[in-house]
Design a protein. Structure first.
Length: 142
């Protein structure tokens, strides 16, 4: 791979990680797709950055759970939906006066909520525990 292409992929991966981290707290910024993009960029440009991302205790789980088809943990799903609706409602009533724009915001919130509910819910003690993503059930009970 040419040096300029490697640097472009590293820059794109780093930007995707930064936006993905922001997406953890900003409801309409998608965390998982951005982290998947970062993993893709890093896998093709830097084994060190890829391993850092995949082994990250905070970010690696998003990618591993998605790739394995386990989905999103219930608490994360609930907090995301709650933050989405609080943000959309506040924006619609405090910052937007046009009815069509309020309806558009409502449509976005409904669409994102439906998408989040469609994604499988990751349960602790299931496949995630078998693959090392969460502690075994006996450790969780202790």
């Amino acid at each position: 791979m040419r040096a300029w292409a490697r640097w472009m992929l590293l820059a794109a991966g780093t930007a995707a990680v930064a936006l993905g981290v922001v997406g953890i707290v900003v409801p309409l910024l998608p965390t998982t797709p951005l982290l998947l993009l970062a993993a893709f960029c890093y896998a093709r440009s830097s084994e060190r950055f890829y391993n850092w991302l995949m082994d990250s205790p905070c970010l690696g789980g998003y990618i591993r759970n998605y790739r394995a088809g386990r989905g999103i943990p219930l608490l994360q799903k609930a907090l995301t939906i709650a933050a989405l609706w609080i943000t959309i409602t506040a924006t619609a009533w405090l910052a937007v006066s046009a009815l069509w724009l309020r309806l558009a915001l409502l449509a976005v919130a409904v669409g994102v909520t439906a998408h989040l509910l469609w994604i499988p819910t990751c349960r602790p003690g299931g496949e995630a525990a078998e693959n090392g993503d969460s502690p075994p059930a006996e450790e969780q009970e202790a």
